[in-house]
Design a protein around this ligand. Structure first.
Ligand code: NAP
Length: 306
């Protein structure tokens, strides 16, 4: 089996961009995705900060447009899970759903997976009131009461999205200050009848036999606990990377994200990382795409030398 110049894992904005750049520079490249391309864009209602779309663009629409950019380019598409990586550059072998895929370089663009809240009964109630995707599940809660947990951009954006669907949205954040954009907070605060904001508060219990019916919230400042009737709970408490298939010597930060240099080179020669899976501060679609282009260029230069 001929070895690919590059195997790009993950078809979100970082992976799509990397595959596009590699194909355009004449490298043989395959883009491997577990299900469908788009990554977290597919779970984002709308993006207001992607340059070129001042009116905003729906997440799935941007994902479709990015994927369409690969049409006509020599990018092989693989569907499956990368389960293992063996060998050294330029003789890696990735295992994709049990099949060996030889490659000279690997570009890891698999993003990060939502983190659960970690309260009892959370797993039992997933799909029965507990969700991690407002775009996917919000419609089930039309005209009903929902809570969103988290204080970052995801929680705030999705609370705004849900405010158009649900009867009432309760945004619950463990601190007084929000981590996400002030603009979102202002919008949420401008809807007092629709959006309730509980600061310095944590969810300590979920209630309901077959479906969620309520949550217990504790005010961390006063210690007061109360039960609130609730039909839906959307959890946005950050994300964690999935890097188990990568070699243990590949440097990760204390949260498991992959450490790279400015050229997206990891500590293992021939492995590059781009997008949300990297250890970095600014996780945006635009920075993921930028990382993808940089990683592709670095991989191209690496391939010229080996
Ligand atoms: P995030 O920025 O890491 O925020 C996670 C939030 O969850 C934080 O407010 C954190 O509280 C809270 N949290 C964490 N663990 C918790 C727990 N066990 N219980 C209760 N609350 C908990 O994650 P994110 O909002 O998913 O965003 C991820 C990245 O994507 C960020 O870089 C973000 O800026 C970016 N993003 C950007 C946009 C945009 O620009 N439009 C949209 C979405 C995401 P603390 O604040 O107290 O730590």
């Amino acid at each position: 089996m001929t070895s690919l110049d590059a195997l790009v894992v993950g078809a979100g904005p970082a992976g799509i961009t990397a595959a596009m750049y590699l194909a355009r520079s004449g490298c043989s490249v395959a883009l491997c995705e577990r299900l469908t391309s788009g990554g977290q864009m597919l779970m984002t209602a709308a993006l207001e900060n992607y340059p070129g779309f001042p009116e905003g663009i729906k997440g799935y629409e941007l994902a479709d447009r990015m994927a369409a950019h690969l049409d006509g380019l020599a990018v092989e598409r693989l569907t499956g899970d990368v389960q293992a990586l063996a060998g050294k550059a330029p003789d890696f072998t990735a295992t994709v759903d049990g099949r060996p895929v030889p490659c000279r370089t690997l570009l890891v663009c698999t993003g990060a997976k939502h983190r659960p809240l970690g309260v009892p009964d959370e797993e039992r109630l997933v799909g029965r009131g507990v969700s991690y995707c407002a775009v996917c599940d919000g419609n089930f809660f039309r005209g009903r009461r929902v809570a969103v947990v988290g204080g970052g951009n995801s929680a705030m954006e999705e609370a705004l999205y849900l405010s158009k669907i649900a009867a009432e949205v309760t945004l619950i954040h463990r601190r007084d200050e929000f981590r996400g954009a002030k603009l979102y907070l202002q919008r949420l605060e401008s809807m007092p009848g629709k959006v309730v904001i509980l600061r310095s508060s944590v969810v300590t219990a979920l209630h309901g036999e077959s479906d969620l019916t309520g949550i217990t919230v504790r005010n961390v400042a006063t210690g007061e606990e109360r039960q609130i009737p609730m039909d839906g709970l959307f959890v946005y408490v950050g994300s964690a990377p999935e890097t188990a298939y990568l070699p243990p010597e590949l440097e990760r930060d204390d949260r498991g994200f992959i450490v790279t240099d400015t050229e997206m080179r990891t500590s293992v020669p021939g492995i590059f990382a781009a997008g949300d899976i990297r250890s970095k501060n600014c996780r945006q679609v635009i920075t993921a795409a930028g990382d993808g282009a940089t990683a592709a260029h670095a991989a191209f230069l690496f391939l010229e030398r080996v």
